[in-house]
Design a protein around this ligand. Structure first.
Ligand code: CP3
Length: 353
């Protein structure tokens, strides 16, 4: 295996000392980059881009060629898992993701099986292997998956949703059926993440984008329980290094203490909580990843630097911080502002280490 030239992201996740705070961005490979739009055009469709390892690799590396990022994230999507389960995923412009065959009944759910990542999702495993090779030790590679609850919202609703009426209807009226769906998803996600780790992913992140739509009690029962099951089943060490895990529940700021009980290594936090307060609450149990509001990137370079300074000051001195946005970068952001953001994190954080 090639030696890792920049491991500050992995060190920070394990709460080990670093020279400057590592930084990466959710959705760092995406439509705000003209070179992404060109490759996406060449691929013909978003799914084709995900399913062609050479193209997925190309767009994964694009943001690293422009910015001093400390990690790469596999280019794929969380919805490849339900697609692999046979739901028929499509991305239509303007409409977002939709499934041809949403799951609505006991018969639909009983028909689902645990996926074999080396069969249906071979294209992802191949992409991970290729990206690792092309990265050649520049920075670590992050693998990822959606959380069972977040995947279930798309599978039951048939696409994106604001109200979650169908999926919450099922959860409240047929909790056992919902648990059956979440369990098959948790087993699938565990297999999927472990396949990514074996293929070369050096850290893994679980995106629980919609956990924050639940009550505290339902969050523990229907989302956190299954993320805990996943963390429990993950490969913890590979290539003689720990493989850290990150849980990100958007809107989950009230539940950080509960989330640490999952034994994950780090928690992703959105911008609705102060990262200094979050640090006081989780203590030395986990590292924190976040949490600048992505809309700050619409502001001036001066304002972006001030905001970076504010987040760093709030976290304070010491280890265990990975800088990130509180959610994905928007397609309309000017790449020059991203450069200001990334460089500011490195320049302004040295004094805290
Ligand atoms: O972070 C990265 O750079 C890696 C790539 C990545 C994508 N999606 C690429 C993508 C990751 C980690 C995701 C995760 C994902 N996908 C989540 C969880 C994180 C979050 O944002 O909350 C969710 C909920 C999805 C589902 C999804 N994928 C939706 C709702 C959409 C449509 C909305 C949109 O932004 O267009 C997508 C499409 C998608 N996934 C795009 C990209 C770059 C845009 C598609 C395009 O290029 O046409």
């Amino acid at each position: 295996m090639t030696e890792l030239k920049n491991d500050r992201f992995l060190q920070a996740l394990m709460r080990k000392p670093v020279d400057v705070t590592p930084v990466w961005m959710m959705r760092q490979a995406g439509r705000y980059l003209p070179e992404y739009r060109a490759t996406r055009e060449k691929a013909g469709s978003f799914m084709n881009l995900c399913q062609t390892p050479e193209l997925a690799c190309e767009v994964t590396l694009q943001p690293l060629d422009r910015f001093a990022l400390d990690a790469a994230i596999l280019f794929s999507d969380i919805l490849t898992v339900p697609d692999a389960m046979g739901l028929g995923l499509r991305f239509t412009t303007g409409e977002g993701p939709t499934f041809d065959k949403p799951v609505r009944t006991a018969a639909d759910i009983n028909a689902l099986g645990v996926i074999d990542p080396h069969a249906e999702l071979k294209y992802v495993v191949d992409a991970v292997r290729l990206i690792r090779k092309e990265l050649n030790g520049r920075v670590p590679l992050i693998g990822f998956s959606g959380s069972p609850w977040t995947l279930a919202t798309y599978m039951v609703e048939g696409g994106s949703s604001k109200e979650f009426s169908k999926v919450k209807g099922m959860m409240f009226d047929q909790p056992e059926l919902m648990h059956k769906l979440l369990d098959v998803l948790a087993q699938s996600v565990t297999e999927y993440l472990n396949a990514q780790i074996k293929a070369g992913a050096q850290a893994v992140m679980v995106f629980d984008t919609w956990g924050g739509a639940l009550t505290p009690r339902d969050y523990r029962e229907f989302s956190l329980q299954y993320m805990t099951q996943i963390v429990d089943g993950l490969i913890k060490e590979n290539e003689a290094r720990p493989v850290p895990s990150i849980l990100f529940t958007k809107g989950g700021g009230a539940w950080l203490e509960d989330m640490t009980l999952s034994k994950c290594n780090a928690l992703g936090v959105d911008w609705t909580i102060d990262i200094g307060d979050a640090r006081k609450r989780v203590g030395d149990k986990v590292a924190l990843q976040g949490n600048m509001d992505p809309c700050i990137l619409y502001a001036s370079p001066k304002r972006i630097r001030e905001e970076v300074a504010g987040v760093l000051a709030s976290f304070g001195k010491g280890d265990g911080h990975v800088f990130n946005l509180g959610h994905g970068i928007h397609p309309a952001i000017n790449p020059e502002h991203v450069e200001v953001f990334i460089n500011s994190v490195h320049e302004l954080s040295r004094q805290y280490h």
